[in-house]
Design a protein around this ligand. Structure first.
Ligand code: FAD
Length: 317
């Protein structure tokens, strides 16, 4: 820890919001990852902007963390600043407006996506039912263009407010974000989402709740929600389903240490005890090799693997 840098950080954010050597496994749904040198939870986007500026000025690495539901950190953790997005950057405001068919929602990037979907349902707004079981933040969901059951963030998003790599506020329309399968242009540069505008249609409250119950029931039936995981391990390769390829390669239940391919849904890698990041990486690479050998398809990880320098490539350009 650099005391001078720590002092500068605590001039921006109250000291109780700057944790040192905070275990990242406590902040990821798959329960993996060593300590973050500095773990900071800003109170607002202005503090966030100053942190980004300070880190870039001092050559300190900085990583943005939402709800940690799509991330695996190294066992060595993260050298630099991990910025946790969450409350109080989670304000949701619904503007009813004059339009009889649509309503607009402004939402902070740290808001829970499930919370947003439920608030929309409560207001009789349809379009976010697909998101009512995706456990991330709104910022993480936009960055990843999260989606399920035929819906994705790009269908409901109007625009986002980001802080760019120069520490300036910038607006992107949904078109400019070039969102694709688990992709947005935000992944190409340091762009931190601080807020978004969502447009939803007016609908029937009971029908919206019924759809949410149905989709979440399907999740509970098919997904190993009782175990720590990061959701789907791999992106969907064109023309295939990753889970089906893994299952057909005979890998259900395949295990490295305490990291295992779920018996319930082969698309999920679960932590069945004291799994480590090293085990997770080995498992990912074994699955990639076996599926490619058998079907000639390369599985690209959907989970973001951060700060793990000593491993062989897991992504391909
Ligand atoms: C049980 C389970 C089920 C899941 N089901 C689905 C599903 O159906 N569909 C789906 O798409 N995903 C699913 N996921 C994966 C995950 O929930 C989504 O990818 C989610 O959008 C990630 O949001 P997060 O806030 O947790 O992001 P994190 O995991 O914290 O971060 C993911 C990436 O987003 C970046 N990021 C986070 N916040 C911001 C921000 N404000 N600005 C810029 N970058 C940011 C991070 O730097 C990181 O690169 C599931 C995960 C679990 C554990």
């Amino acid at each position: 820890m650099d005391f001078g840098f720590y002092k500068e950080l605590t001039k921006i954010v109250p000291a109780e919001r700057v944790l040192l050597d905070e275990p990242l496994k406590n902040h990821t749904s798959i329960k993996l990852g060593g300590p973050a040198e500095y773990f900071v939870t800003p109170e607002n986007s202005e503090q966030l902007r100053k942190i980004l500026f300070l880190t870039s000025e001092n050559g300190v690495d900085c990583y943005i963390l939402g709800n940690g539901t799509n991330i695996i950190f190294s066992v060595k953790g993260y050298k630099g600043v991990v910025v946790k997005m969450g409350p109080p950057q989670d304000i949701i405001t619904i503007s009813e407006g004059e339009d009889p068919e649509h309503a607009m929602i402004r939402v902070g990037a740290g808001a829970s996506l499930i919370g947003l979907a439920m608030k929309a349902a409560e207001a009789g707004l349809t379009g976010l039912e697909f998101a009512a079981g995706i456990p991330g933040t709104v910022g993480g969901a936009i960055y990843m263009n999260a989606g399920a059951y035929g819906g994705e963030m790009k269908d409901v998003l109007k625009d986002v407010l980001v802080i760019n790599s120069l520490g300036r506020y910038e607006n992107f329309t949904v078109k400019q974000l070039r969102m694709g399968h688990r992709y947005s242009i935000l992944q190409e540069d340091t762009n931190v989402v601080v807020g978004a505008t969502i447009i939803l249609s007016r609908g029937d409250k009971e029908e919206i709740y019924a759809k949410i119950r149905d989709l979440n029931g399907r999740r509970r039936d098919k997904q190993p929600l009782e175990y720590p995981s990061a959701g789907s391990t791999f992106k969907r390769p064109e023309g295939y389903f990753a889970g089906k390829l893994i299952e057909d390669a005979g890998l259900k239940g395949y295990r490295v240490g305490d990291m295992m391919i779920s018996e319930k849904h082969a698309g999920f890698m679960i932590n069945v005890g004291e799994g480590t990041t090293k085990d997770a990486i080995q498992l990912i690479m074994d699955v990639q090799d076996k599926v490619e050998e058998k079907f000639g398809v390369f599985l690209e990880p959907e989970v973001r693997i951060i700060g793990y320098h000593e491993v062989v490539e897991v992504h391909r350009d």
